[in-house]
Design a binder for this molecule. Structure first.
Ligand code: SF4
Ligand code: SF4
Length: 318
């Protein structure tokens, strides 16, 4: 990674190892202070304070308008610099995370949680950039799974690299929960919102949705709803059609949040309220007869829909 890029990320409290990075998210910090937990702990039971969020490669093949990460430093889909080895990434990023967590051990009340936090058991491969661009992702997954502490791994993908989804499947390296983002009902809005690098991006995305259906792990579609842009009720039948292509176990309908770098693209008015999201979800459910409302979270303005036919329980841990 170029020095100016890495110093910018370091200023923002990322722990870096070559082109890979980790960050201690706001919710992990809140959990360590016994203040609150993220919606993924509430929905699925993953322990927020033991979550390690990281990216094996800081690069992306989209430039989404709503991305709150600094997209201009993600190389626009081109991988530059050295690809680090998976074992080195895990070892070094766990160490970087340990350094970022140092201050949290000072308070005696939080000491036990802090000690637990130093041994992450949940890995969220979704920090900055598109994780499927990392060519050694299957090897990295196998190593993470072998760690005695590891309980769960979530990967969030934009669907622009279906070949990697197939590789993960073939090499028995699927995560506990595989996410695909859904931010538009059709190609025109997809181009406008996600600003992909490839001319074939929409076709590629549709391919990923179909592949998702075939994966033998928990599958989630995550929708980011931006008020006044992709929330028109006229789009609902098309959203439902796309969701049916993937047949996910869960759909997360989440409000766009105005923060970080995306403040340049949108106004506060573009952030839907939880009420807006609930209304949108209810209408979506009318198109998706085999789904039902399963949960919601006020602070993250998100509603969880569950496939009535899924074999998975909502909570991985109680
Ligand atoms: S799952 Fe996501 S929001 Fe929750 S602690 Fe991990 S990185 Fe943060
Ligand atoms: S795909 Fe994800 S990381 Fe890439 S620009 Fe979009 S939101 Fe940001």
């Amino acid at each position: 990674m170029k020095t100016n890029v890495s110093s910018e990320l370091k200023k923002k409290h990322y722990g870096l190892f070559g082109n890979a990075g980790t960050e201690v998210c706001l919710w992990t910090k809140k959990a360590l202070r016994n203040e609150d937990v993220c919606y993924k702990q509430k929905f699925y039971g993953i322990p927020c304070h033991r979550c390690m969020q990281f990216s094996p490669l800081i690069a992306c093949n989209q430039n989404c308008l709503f991305c709150w990460r600094p997209t201009e430093i993600m190389h626009s889909g081109k991988i530059s610099g050295k690809i680090e080895e998976p074992e080195k990434i895990i070892e070094n990023l766990i160490e970087e995370r340990r350094k970022l967590l140092t201050g949290f051990g000072a308070n005696k009340k939080n000491r036990k949680k802090w000690q637990e936090a130093l041994k992450p058991c949940h890995f969220a491969i979704s920090l900055i950039g598109e994780p499927t661009l990392y060519p050694k992702l299957p090897e990295l997954m196998s190593l993470l799974k072998q760690r005695p502490e590891t309980k769960t791994i979530f990967i969030v993908s934009n669907g622009q690299n279906p070949e990697m989804l197939l590789k993960l499947k073939k090499k028995n390296a699927l995560p506990t929960q595989m996410y695909l983002s859904m931010n538009a009902p059709g190609e025109k809005l997809f181009r406008e919102i996600c600003r992909p690098c490839s001319d074939r991006a929409w076709k590629i995305y549709l391919k990923s949705l179909k592949i998702l259906k075939s994966l033998r792990c928990r599958k989630v579609i995550r929708m980011t709803i931006i008020k006044g842009l992709n929330d028109n009720y006229e789009f609902l039948p098309e959203y439902a059609r796309l969701i049916r292509l993937a047949e996910p176990d869960f759909v997360e309908v989440k409000a766009y949040m105005r923060l970080g770098y995306n403040r340049q693209s949108f106004l506060w008015e573009n952030m839907p309220s939880l009420k807006d999201i609930e209304k949108f979800s209810e209408k979506l459910l009318k198109e998706l007869k085999n789904f039902k409302k399963a949960d919601k979270n006020r602070l993250s303005r998100i509603v969880l829909l569950k496939n009535k036919k899924t074999k998975f329980r909502q909570k991985i841990f109680d």
